[in-house]
Design a protein around this ligand. Structure first.
Ligand SMILES: O=C(CO)COP(=O)(O)O
Length: 253
């Protein structure tokens, strides 16, 4: 049941981070268990250039490393793209698919996102499937309809708690310092939960649903306490160990 789901504190470095930044990652990996009281799992998704070194940096800890995107194919003539198999080959265990920045900047639609999730599974990765409305859609009162459509189109029917995490990221809350009210987060997450149960049956009860969009140490406690929020997907605040561990601390009890 949702209340027994082990939370996931996940970072998304986006197009940030050079080798020098790996020391920050090591600090996170070393401090995470203490900070979270052992009550949550940790993941940082890094640029493709850093996956291999990030995996080595956290070796010996339970800290997971993920990628930020993958191609749908296993290999072939796709210059500049990276397959899920390549990501797994570097030792990563997660891949983000359908982030709104990919949907907007690379024209990825729900069908592509679903294919990417399946590509991740094919390689043994857990897919973090992102959904979320734009500011215009929210103002037009379309939030729940958009989420329903994105869940229906982006989450393949074989999704379960082992192979899939869903992240709700309102586009207008990303990198803006704005967050929805806890009532709005509750409404969105409850809606996503019921759509997942409808689509996946019992498996939909235990798929983790992360909230993402301007999560910081100062607002994490109230956001993470909302029903059906099973962790966070953190952008800017995942670049600094102090901030990331400060967010993890909401789980320390
Ligand atoms: O897009 C996000 C994580 O995927 C959220 O980014 P911020 O936490 O910087 O708003």
């Amino acid at each position: 049941m949702p209340s027994s789901i082990r939370p996931l504190v996940a970072g998304n470095w986006k197009m940030n981070g050079l080798a020098a930044h790996l020391s920050e990652l090591q600090t996170m990996a070393t401090g995470f268990e203490d900070a979270s009281g052992g009550a949550a799992e940790a993941l940082i998704c890094v640029p493709a250039t850093l996956i291999d070194r990030a995996v080595k940096s956290v070796a010996g800890s339970d800290f997971a490393i993920g990628a930020e995107d993958c191609h749908v194919e296993e290999k072939g003539a796709h210059t500049g793209d990276i397959s899920a198999e390549m990501i797994a080959d570097c030792g990563a265990s997660y891949v983000i698919v359908g982030h709104s920045e990919r949907r907007t900047n690379h024209g990825e639609d729900d069908a592509t996102v679903a294919q990417k999730a399946k590509a991740g599974w094919r390689a043994g990765l857990t897919a973090i499937i992102c959904v979320g409305e734009t500011e215009a859609q929210r103002k037009a009162g379309e939030t729940l309809d958009i989420l329903e459509r994105q869940i229906a189109g982006s989450v393949p029917a074989e999704a379960n708690a082992e192979n899939t995490v869903v992240a709700y990221e309102p586009v207008w809350a990303i990198g803006t310092g704005l967050t929805p009210t806890v009532e709005d987060v509750a409404e969105a997450h409850t809606h996503i939960r019921s759509r997942l149960v409808e689509a996946l049956g019992e498996a939909g009860q235990s798929v983790r649903i992360l909230y993402g969009g301007s999560v910081k140490p100062a607002n994490a406690a109230e956001l993470m306490a909302v029903q059906n929020v099973n962790g966070a997907l953190i952008g800017g605040a995942s670049l600094k160990a102090d901030d990331f561990l400060g967010i993890a601390a909401v789980y320390s009890g």
